[in-house]
Design a protein around this ligand. Sequence first.
Ligand code: OGA
Ligand code: NI
Length: 323
Amino acid sequence: MPIPVIDFSMLNGEGRIKTMAQIANGCEEWGFFQLVNHGIPVELLERVKKVSSDCYKLEREENFFNNSTPRKRLKELVEKKNGDKLENIDWEDVFLLSDDNEWPARTPGFKETMTEYRAELKKLAEKLMEVMDENLGLPKGYIKKAFNAGEGETAFFGTKVSHYPPCPHPEMVNGLRAHTDAGGIILLFQDEEVEGLEILKDGKWIDVQPLPNSIVINTGDQLEVLSNGKYKSVWHRVQTMPDRTRRSIASFYNPSYNATIEPATELLEKEDVNQFQYPRFVFGDYMSIYTELKFLPKEPRYGYGLEAVSIAAYLEFSLEAGD
Ligand code: OGA
Ligand code: NI
């Protein structure tokens, strides 16, 4: 069962109503869908693939295989021969791009290409947020505004460049352990040949099928809260592969750390729900919890998991502080 593939160019014109409905279905029933004809020039995507691979080969691969922690930990575990699986670590090479990062210095064209790419993806994220506003019955610009925290406190747009190197014992370690994404909307440009990304759908892990030059969209925890659970942030993971390197570039549009996130009041009135399913919190507080709990069940992060009493207390505290 493949995840939905949606032709984003059909949004303008006669196909609009159908396309809006497909996106609503992707958000409500799947939490993950792929966009084709999204308007990002293929020529730019080709350059992004090239500079990312060049950068990995020139500046990162050697270190992964000679010095990295996953490599060392796997080697130690294999020598023990006790049949254990490697826990608490991912078999990946990752670095983060934002508006003010240090750029990889030795890869020609990397900075220029990725700057151009990030600007395009940010525009696409904002278009999608407007589609979601409309689908949720919220005023245009609602989500974007909710992610800002006033003057000069704008949403955060980051890009994670990941490579999942070939692994000699794929059964012993994950590429990336199962998690949901903390932020708002995530736009993933994944490898077109090497698979590995899976989502949990109705209790089963299914592949996010590689599709050349498509952009995979998923919604994070903050949209789950803002939509009061209508858009669920979905569990996903990356498997390791024995023989090939997988590239993936995830861009995420997140609230400002000072933004207060809560279910949209308009939504509650419309749906005649008289109780919040989710608390109100400051995104920065949420992130300090998420960092500890990323790979654990997500309910305690929202403060209603009874096992995590201290976390619930923490969230209550930040609720009061935010009021
Ligand atoms: C992530 C993620 C998937 C991938 O970075 O949160 O889920 O394919 N990445 O790398
Ligand atoms: Ni993720």
